[in-house]
Write a protein that binds this ligand. Sequence first.
Ligand code: ADP
Length: 410
Amino acid sequence: MKEAILVINAGSSSLKFSIFLTDAGEKNKVTKNLDLLSRGQIEGIGVHPSFVVKDDKGVILAKNQWENSKDINHEFLLKYLIEWLDQNLQGAKVKAAGHRVVHGGTEFTSSVLVTEDILIKLEKLIPLAPLHQTHNLAAIKALKKVYPDLPQVACFDTSFHTTNPDVLRHFFIPRELEENEGIKRYGFHGLSYEYIAETLKQMDPELAQKRVLIAHLGSGSSMCAMKEGQSVTTSMGLTALDGLPMGTRPGAMDPGVVLYLMKEKKMTPDQIENLLYYKSGLLGLSGISNDMRQLQESDSPRALLTMEAFAWKVCQMIGSLAATIQGMDALVFTAGIGENSPRVRKIIVEKLSWMGVLLNEEANENKTDLSRKDRFGSFLINSLQSKVKVYVIPTNEELMIAKHVLKESL
Ligand code: ADP
């Protein structure tokens, strides 16, 4: 007999989901198998809702669309999803749901089974991540309304970084702002880093204990410095705007720019928020696209400049994070760009030869035995002379959430 776990990543008007199957009888939650059965998304909530679900190979299993109406809300769509799943899961039923929740503040050092009290605490964190937390919690509340007895587990992007030493978590601003408002560094992409840490432990247990830098380069990008498998510091701070440049976000920049925009250009907070979240980053600097694939295909000098500038920012961050763990034994590339762009990996790694990081170009292109993918889909791309091992490891945040759900609920 199988049980199903529903993993949900809810945004403002869309909701991505994955379904994992697991054996019902098996008691050991840590070694239980979790098999991805299907994934899909609900888009256009509040505008023109649509639903699509695909199998693990990407073949469409079902789709639907609705005319806009106030009845086709989160609750309706989640009920529709669970009913569809219960009829199409090879006899298995949805037993629990796991949600990606962006902010767990300082209190939530690991995932948690959601109760009314927990929900109240999570709502208090909305001001720290207004663009994400609201929507993450809306999905939990909607599901609770239609399936009050379904266990729901909140899995946080911040939890993995709660091991960061206090000395590395402060901003140099008046202390009251930290003490009264919680303005300090939290970090994000924790579910991705936790997955990579666990995977590296299985691939190379000795290396996983050493000084490891992970570059999560996707439409959102960040880096994490780890020692003994734990996060020591990370490039994002209070919000997901900090650190590396991203698809449409600038990453860390002189805060004086914001003051200039407010005072000289009379921009409102909403206009600045829109500029920083949706108009900057690769898109802003290139004026071409937020998508690295399009920059790679373009022969415009602006595209080339943007890729070079991005690579330098990644290298600057590597230097800075390596300082906090006093060196680097391994560098791991992951997420959309990190996993799929040999060209970006090359322009980054070539700038790191002063640290003894050396690339095997053929391995980087995935053309040698050395680069044959293992069962995790990962491969090594450093040359034999390199002092630092360089891995490409595909991340899997959904699987990490499903594992947390197993641990906390079933
Ligand atoms: P997210 O999960 O944050 O939406 P991903 O980790 O999936 O983002 O990364 C998406 C980004 O990865 C895309 O915007 C694109 O820039 C980049 N990407 C995906 N495939 C490739 C590729 N083959 N070459 C270069 N960049 C790629």
